[in-house]
Ligand binder design. Sequence first.
Ligand code: MTE
Ligand code: MO
Length: 222
Amino acid sequence: MMAGGPEGAPLPAGQFAARGFVRFGLGRFRHKALPADLPLNLRIGGDVANPLLLGEQFAALPRHSQVSDFHCVTTWSLRSLHWSGVRFADFYHGVIVPQARPAEGAGFVVFRGVDGYRSALPLADLLADDVLLADRLDGAPLGVDHGAPLRLIAPAHYGYKNVKHLGAIEFWTNRRAYRFPYPYPSFMDHPRARVACEERARLLPNWLLRRVYRLFVPKEIR
Ligand SMILES: Nc1nc2c(c(=O)[nH]1)N[C@H]1C(S)=C(S)[C@@H](COP(=O)(O)O)O[C@H]1N2
Ligand SMILES: [Mo]
């Protein structure tokens, strides 16, 4: 678990303090225009007995607020962001298990954004206390820049696992239905991407990844 670090504590290896929180995406996802008033329509699927379509039911779940740091793999970090929403663990045990009924061993979870972006994490990582399905930032409804209507916040994992504009969450027994979005090579997608272990990507060394990814940091936050 990684909550907001104490002021003055060092950032994780290879990260620097960004000067602001901008909308971020790589390549074709950077400026993809989305409507500001996207309704919440969350498809629950994969290896589940009963696929669901969730909308307003989400409002009935217990809410949780937290302060956590955010670390993008391209080396920028932000301290102490105030998120609120529903803990993934509460959502999983309160809705997914009783209503969707995942198959035994459906521990590979895929998150799909309505912009076509997607990412995946192991269920065990998502059940940590600080993993949130967030719909508010700094006390206001999440704007379209930062992932309206709902996004994943998994602070222990690099930003690219924190999928915005969620349209679907799928619970699979294997990885076959998943590929990191075109045109990104799959080596860029570490299965866990834990910040504390500097799991930026697969195959390439971190000294190289830090230098190459750094080129994609927007000028206004350097
Ligand atoms: N749907 C969607 N989710 C996404 C992305 C994206 O382009 N589309 N970019 C990811 C990356 S690489 C990062 S660092 C964070 C950036 O979040 P922000 O735009 O709120 O700064 O969102 C992640 N989730
Ligand atoms: Mo990122």
